[in-house]
Design a protein around this ligand. Structure first.
Ligand code: ADP
Ligand code: MG
Length: 336
């Protein structure tokens, strides 16, 4: 590529160190890289592209872009009960990006690599007259045939979600000046929840052989539970009052019921929604204790009936709550 930062210099200086000497990366000096899953293991692969101005506001800095791009990919691996291993990185950079930006970006990748025990395996670099875009391919592994699919749920199971729901939606709204959040502590907490998702890797690993189906919450709790329902050919109920909210989110929604319902459809949570048999209740509570991650039962799987939505949200009196088809889109121009 032709770019004012020399591509090879950039790769040598900033990206080669991120391979941490892994032999399969071939020092980022070859046409391809190799990975060898352990004996009896399946390689688990996922990819997510992010575009400035579409998936995150242009105002977000290099370190947060790096972390978010990596973590949204790690979240897919977590939801499948896999252990993350390595990733590749394709960068498409606008001309305005200079070495300082790359340095901060690579430093944040390095920190998150440590945190999640992964390394860089390869990538591609090119330039664009358009917005910044980057794509990560992530590789993880599970024991053979142990991946937690979307399709394994059956009628009569519990539905759970990790962490709190809706923080990232409020954080993004605040970052985009759509939702004024008065309390500065709440504002920075919620914005950080958008900028720095926490992929639930330890929970995912512990759910192997316990969860019957799982998905990560990227499109919104209702939409992603809907994906499990569609793949498993079931329906599900969600009790509105059982959906866990952070203290900050609770203070923002207070008695704004439509906004509270929007939190279920907002997306960007990167939590795990999953199903498990009733007999697993104790195991799931002990996973929560062991990992220190809140895991809340929020509903149940039921028979699918034609003419009703796959996911039925109910209020405290058991009445269905209207959440809109596919969830209300809070931000017109934010595509997913
Ligand atoms: P090709 O000519 O086959 O596209 P490149 O010259 O783009 O190969 O890449 C040379 C080496 O640099 C490869 O090992 C590739 O994986 C690595 N590389 C290029 N860009 C990146 C990047 N953004 N992150 C990590 N590795 C990269
Ligand atoms: Mg190339």
């Amino acid at each position: 590529m032709a770019h004012r930062i020399d591509e090879f210099d950039l790769i040598r200086r900033y990206f080669a160190p991120l391979t941490q000497g892994a032999p399969g990366a071939l020092e980022l000096r070859d046409d391809a890289a190799w990975l060898r899953p352990g004996p009896g293991m399946d390689l688990v692969v996922s990819t997510d592209a992010v575009v400035a101005g579409v998936h995150f506001p242009e105002s977000i800095g290099p370190a947060d872009i790096a972390r978010r791009a990596l973590r949204v990919n790690l979240s897919d691996i977590a939801a499948k009960g896999a252990r993350p291993h390595a990733y590749t990185l394709s960068l498409v950079l606008p001309e305005s990006i200079g070495p300082d930006w790359i340095e901060a970006f690579a430093a944040a990748l390095g920190q998150d690599q440590q945190r999640y025990g992964i390394f860089l395996l390869g990538g591609d670099t090119s330039s664009t007259p358009g917005p910044l875009m980057l794509n990560i391919n992530i590789f993880g592994q599970t024991s053979e045939n142990k991946i937690i699919k979307r399709s394994g749920a059956v009628v009569g199971e519990d539905v759970y979600v990790t962490g709190n729901v809706g923080d990232a939606m409020l954080g993004l709204a605040s970052l985009m000046d759509r939702e004024p959040i008065e309390n500065p502590g709440d504002r920075s907490f919620l914005e950080d929840r958008f900028r720095r998702p926490e992929p639930r890797i330890d929970v995912g690993l512990a759910l192997v052989d316990i969860a019957t189906a799982a998905a990560d919450v990227s499109d919104g709790l209702i939409a992603d539970l809907g994906h499990i329902c569609a793949a498993s050919q079931i329906a599900a109920t969600v009790e509105l009052d059982a959906v866990p909210l952070s203290d900050a989110a609770r203070r923002v929604v207070t008695d704004n019921q439509p906004l509270r319902i929007n939190l279920l459809t907002g997306g960007d949570d990167y939590e795990i929604v999953f199903t498990a048999p009733v007999s697993a209740r104790d195991s799931i509570q002990s996973i929560s204790t062991k990992t220190g991650v809140l895991i809340s039962p929020i509903g149940a799987t039921i028979e699918k009936t034609s003419g009703t939505p796959d996911v039925i949200v109910r209020d405290g009196s058991g009445n269905p709550v209207e959440v809109g088809v596919g969830g209300y889109r809070h931000f017109g121009e934010i595509a997913r």
